[in-house]
Ligand binder design. Structure first.
Ligand code: ADP
Length: 549
């Protein structure tokens, strides 16, 4: 017997229609690439999205066509999210910080028909057009007054494109499993891999984000995505705000501490989300300038592990709650969230914090397990570690046109292998020990680079820390700690190592500490371990001589 309920398709266009109808007054504020702050409402946004949809139709865009975006977080990018997906085409966000050859690979591999780009990226795209034979035209996200002289073939101005179009457009209705958007992983090894989200996966992920034990989402919230819209759909926030009718604040291209703080303050932001690097810059700025957070109640932090020192800074110094989450481009991206369960909630602060720096716990919709080398399921005892495997309706089922990864990263019974080494405990809390390729193998045992880094940044003079394995004749690999110290601080190798004593297992103690001006970061703002390993590839540990090697 079949259920007799309506088979109404879950479509992205319904989100913005809902927002405009029920929260049409709500503001969307953007720091623009051109300079000034732009303000309008959900009702205004919907009208312009419909003009865009009519424009796309005139350009001959069809269901399933890929349209690329190279854009910061702003209202025009937001219009593309909905105008493109709502029309049945695929909004393909591209990370402009990737290497040029990766960008070329991505645009060609996805077969993007048109490219929409912010002014910032005109020179970048101009230098690549020769290698992008299938792109039919470039739409610059600005108005006629700001359009630059450009060699981009078939260049158009976004405002000119949508200006003549009607504000009336009936969103097409199609199968909810149709592709809505697309994002390539940053490909720290090999070529980037394409993840294709569907309307259904996007809406289910949004329901989860707005319901129950997740971020503080409601029409009373003021949300600032400090994670770029080209990084896993800004963690789904541009969709979630429409479901609940929250005020939305876009930081544009400015992610430095002063600019982010200014918007948090002037727009009375209550919730902001980003990677630890962004919050590190913000905390430095707020401390040095003696500022406070008068409105911010919660930060969502993920993408890399959150150090305990960061939780303490936000919560104890500034009274802002830290909400830690884990995810991947492949998981839409939220896979676990750090909401306390009732048992953890009752624990004393210090114990609660040990849960807060875990990567979060299972949410309904994402099944988690850890597997051993032979694919066997390992116990959920909080200690045994293995590769984290996930499954669910907003988890990647296969990569776009990539036989190799589709063979190696999925199990026969349909689980996605994340490449993260993790433990799971009795409550479903997951802890990432390391990325499989970053773990340090010393004497047949594993040392977690993440744990060492988090312990090191607890030192008041350490701003950022990274640990990599250096070849060692006796132990295979031993940890090297690379540190950026805060401006003007006097701190020695012995100070840092002394600080770690008692906080980590004895045999995890780094063999050396190197101080650097800055650490290399990936296109998504994480520490670029691959680059760091390259920089230190000829490094010889002082203990190498001692061990006779
Ligand atoms: P990339 O890092 O390659 O740009 P993603 O943004 O998809 O791509 O990164 C996903 C990876 O980031 C995860 O597999 C995991 O290793 C790491 N990650 C994400 N969130 C966390 C977290 N809260 N703690 C530790 N690592 C995390």
């Amino acid at each position: 017997m079949r259920g007799l309920m309506m088979e109404d398709q879950l479509l992205v266009s319904d989100l913005i229609e809902h927002a405009a109808l029920n929260h049409g007054f709500q503001e969307i504020v953007s720091r623009t690439v051109e300079g000034p702050i732009h303000r309008y409402t959900y009702a205004d946004a919907l009208k312009r999205m419909k003009k865009l949809a009519n424009g796309l139709e005139r350009m001959g865009v069809k269901l399933g066509d890929r349209l690329a975006t190279f854009a910061w977080n702003g209202y025009r990018h937001f219009e593309l999210y909905y105008g493109i997906s709502g029309s049945g085409a695929v909004c393909h966000t591209i990370n402009p910080r990737l290497f040029a050859d990766q960008i070329v690979y991505i645009v060609n591999h996805a077969n993007d028909r048109f490219v929409f780009l912010d002014l910032t990226f005109v020179p970048l795209l101009e230098s690549l057009t020769d290698q992008l034979p299938n792109v039919e035209g470039y739409i610059i996200l600005t108005d006629a007054a700001h359009v630059p002289e450009t060699s981009l073939p078939n260049a158009m101005c976004y405002e000119d494109l949508i200006a003549p179009e009607s504000e009336t457009f009936a969103w097409p209705v199609f199968d909810e499993n149709t592709a809505s958007s697309m994002c390539y992983t940053s490909g720290t090894t090999g070529n980037p891999k394409g993840v294709v989200y569907s309307h259904r996966s996007t809406l289910l992920h949004t329901f989860f984000q707005c319901g129950g034990e997740s971020f503080e989402m409601s029409s009373k919230a003021v949300v600032l995505p400090a994670v770029p819209m080209f990084h896993a759909n800004a963690w789904g926030l541009p969709y979630a705000v429409c479901m609940v009718g929250a005020k939305l604040v876009f930081p544009g291209a400015a992610y430095d501490g002063a600019s982010v703080w200014e918007l948090l303050d002037s727009e009375k932001v209550t919730f902001a989300a980003g990677v630890p690097t962004i919050w590190m810059m913000l905390l430095e700025y707020v401390r040095q300038s003696g500022k406070r957070f008068d409105h911010l109640t919660q930060t969502g932090i993920g993408g890399s592990a959150v150090p305990l020192a960061m939780v303490e800074a936000f919560e104890d110094e500034f009274n802002v709650q830290v909400f830690h989450a884990w995810g991947m481009t492949e998981t839409s991206p939220v896979g676990t969230t750090g909401a306390f369960n009732c048992k953890v909630h009752e624990m004393p602060l210090e114990r609660r914090r040990t849960y807060q720096i875990k990567q979060g716990r299972s949410v309904f919709g994402v099944k988690l397990k850890i597997v051993g080398d032979a694919g066997e399921t390992l116990p959920r005892d909080g200690e045994t570690f293995g590769e984290l495997a996930v499954k669910g309706p907003w988890i990647v089922g296969s990569y776009h046109d990539n036989d190799e990864a589709n063979k190696s990263q999925f199990t026969r019974d349909g689980w996605f292998l994340t490449g993260d080494i993790a433990t799971l405990d009795e409550f479903g809390y997951m802890t990432i020990v390391d990325r499989a390729k970053d773990v340090i193998k010393s004497g047949g045992e594993w040392i977690s680079s993440i744990n060492l880094e988090n312990a090191a940044v607890g030192h008041p003079a350490v701003v950022e820390a990274a640990v990599i394995g250096i070849a060692h004749p006796k132990w295979d690999e031993r940890p090297l700690l690379v540190v950026v110290k805060s401006e003007g601080a006097e701190v020695s190798e012995a100070d840092v190592l002394g600080f770690l004593e008692g906080k980590i297992a004895k045999w995890w103690m780094p063999d050396a500490v190197e101080f650097v001006e800055e650490l290399p970061h990936t296109a998504t703002g994480k520490i670029a371990k691959l680059k760091l390993r390259e920089i230190f590839k000829d490094y010889v540990l002082p203990t190498t001589a001692a061990s006779g090697g």
